[in-house]
Design a protein around this ligand. Structure first.
Ligand SMILES: NC(=O)c1ccc[n+]([C@@H]2O[C@H](COP(=O)([O-])OP(=O)(O)OC[C@H]3O[C@@H](n4cnc5c(N)ncnc54)[C@H](O)[C@@H]3O)[C@@H](O)[C@H]2O)c1
Length: 333
């Protein structure tokens, strides 16, 4: 099989490329990535010599490039996105361009050449839950509340529209928060680990009582594999980690793993419109695909902390340049 992986130099995409080449060494993986601030070829340095792998730098909105790449593969696995909620609050336009228009460009190419398309989406499209609400499922009504989640919701709707209108061979996965190696240090887990390693405080939004479900990126990649091999065309699958935890309790776990104390917590103004709780019910994936997450949060966090300890040069390079400007603007330092 020949796959086109969009956004393959980002966090989940690079883990997926590595996962696929390891588990399906006869397959060919082509990655297209614009290498925005979040894309990093270093994330793929260990596969760069693999003859089954090819990297193409490019924008998913570039029609000529995308049509030429899609024509030559069997399946498109679509990760490329602007992915950070805080950035979407500052600049929604970039999110609409890549997440909505870029997805539409890929769908047009997939439709033209009759290829299979798997769309990576998020649980954030469903909005927020109260502490007693049941978890999100594939039938939960969409209620996106940030420019990021609204752009992802729009892209999900387009994917379904291409299935219903043109019978394009699509599947979608809505996944909870990922963590693991090569996660850009702007999201809570890598930001907090790297701050603590540098002896800096960790900025907890509001009261820290926001609840998230965390899935290790390897479990997510396995879920996508199962959907590609066993999923039904036109269907959506929710993937979760079975690990609901408040941001504050997660912070305390990281503090303890890094041998620090709670004086390293700095409470900062809450994110505008911050959703209180996300949770995923992945019964459908368990029943139809025989998939379930295998890595517990404690085990995954320990492995992740170790990875960041061993990759401090990678972190330093990520945390230079544009990153510094963004965080100076965000947190006033
Ligand atoms: N990180 C999570 O917890 C999470 C959870 C659920 C779903 N998702 C979804 O998974 C996907 C990947 O997320 P991630 O955390 O790996 O993101 P990321 O920000 O680490 O990576 C995104 C990649 O897309 C590339 N990209 C951005 N705009 C592009 C464009 N116009 N053309 C080509 N490439 C472009 C970037 O260079 C980067 O390599 C996204 O679609 C995101 O919505 C993420």
């Amino acid at each position: 099989m020949k796959l086109l992986v969009t956004g393959g130099a980002g966090f989940i995409g690079s883990n997926f490329v590595r996962y696929w080449l390891k588990n399906y060494p006869m397959d060919v993986v082509v990655t297209v990535d614009a290498l925005t601030y979040a894309g990093n070829l270093e994330n793929l340095s260990d596969v760069s010599d693999n003859p089954q792998y090819k990297f193409v730098r490019g924008d998913i909105c570039d029609r000529e490039l995308i049509f030429s790449l899609v024509k030559d593969v069997d399946v498109v696995v679509h990760f490329a996105a602007e992915s950070h909620v805080d950035r979407s609050i500052l600049d929604p336009g970039a999110f609409v361009r890549t997440n909505v228009m870029g997805t539409q460009m890929l769908l047009d190419a997939v439709k033209e050449y009759g290829k299979r398309f798997h769309h990576i989406s998020t649980d954030e499209v469903f909005g927020a839950l109260s502490p007693t609400d049941p978890s999100f499922t594939e039938t939960t009504k969409y209620d996106p509340r940030s420019p990021y989640s609204a752009s992802k919701a729009a892209s999900d709707h387009l994917v379904r529209a291409y299935f219903h209108t043109y019978r394009t061979a699509v599947t979608i996965s809505n996944c909870s928060n990922n963590y693991g190696p090569y996660h850009f240090p702007e999201k809570i887990i890598p930001l907090f680990i790297t701050n603590l390693l540098e002896g800096k405080k960790v900025p907890v939004y509001g009261d820290g009582q926001q609840v998230r479900d965390w899935i290790h990126v390897e479990d997510h990649c396995r879920g996508i594999d199962f959907i590609l091999h066993k999923g039904r065309i036109g269907e959506t699958y929710c993937l979760g980690g079975d690990n609901e935890i408040t941001n504050l309790d997660l912070t305390k776990k990281l503090i303890s793993l890094l041998g620090k104390d709670e004086s390293f917590i700095e409470y900062v103004a809450d994110r505008p419109g911050h959703d209180r709780r996300y949770a995923i019910d992945f019964t459908k994936a368990r029943q139809d695909l025989e998939w379930e997450p295998l890595i517990t949060l404690d085990e995954g966090l320990e492995k992740t902390v170790q990875w960041y300890i061993e990759h401090q040069e990678w972190v330093n390079r990520c945390k230079s340049g544009e990153y510094k400007e963004f965080y100076a603007q965000q947190y006033g330092r």
